[in-house]
Ligand binder design. Sequence first.
Ligand code: DQA
Length: 152
Amino acid sequence: MSKKILLLHGPNLNLLSTRQPEVYGSTTLDQVNAMAAAHVRPYKVELRCEQSNHEGALIDILHVARDWADGVVFNPGGYTHTSIALRDAISAINIPVVEVHLSNVYAREEFRHVSLVSPVCLGKISGFGWRSYILGLDALLGHLGVISAPQL
Ligand code: DQA
């Protein structure tokens, strides 16, 4: 059976391309989602993309994902650094979540060095612009066994 993945974007990511393009790039969120869909097409993966600016709505989306998704690629935006509730939601849903960030959070302000969600995520990718999402998808697909190890 083909795998199902949620690509989830948190607050302010709807403004991608106009929001600090020198930090986050000039690609729109629709373009990121389209590139992600194109990337997983050969694997026959079902990809659903969602975005919310609201903490509770993101939690609701994660709860619903528990019933249909095999894994999540999640950019929690600013909630990364503040939200115990999102961290608890990730812990509660028992499906793998890969944390992604467009920017290299460690090269920025100190408050961005702290992630409340990292300890409950499968892993984290940060600093590669829109490619962070592609790398995050590959990491998740590898974990789910959709992408196998290179043949030696
Ligand atoms: C971000 C990094 C966060 O610190 C910031 O609040 C964002 C975007 C990123 O993708 O680089 O909104 O998650």
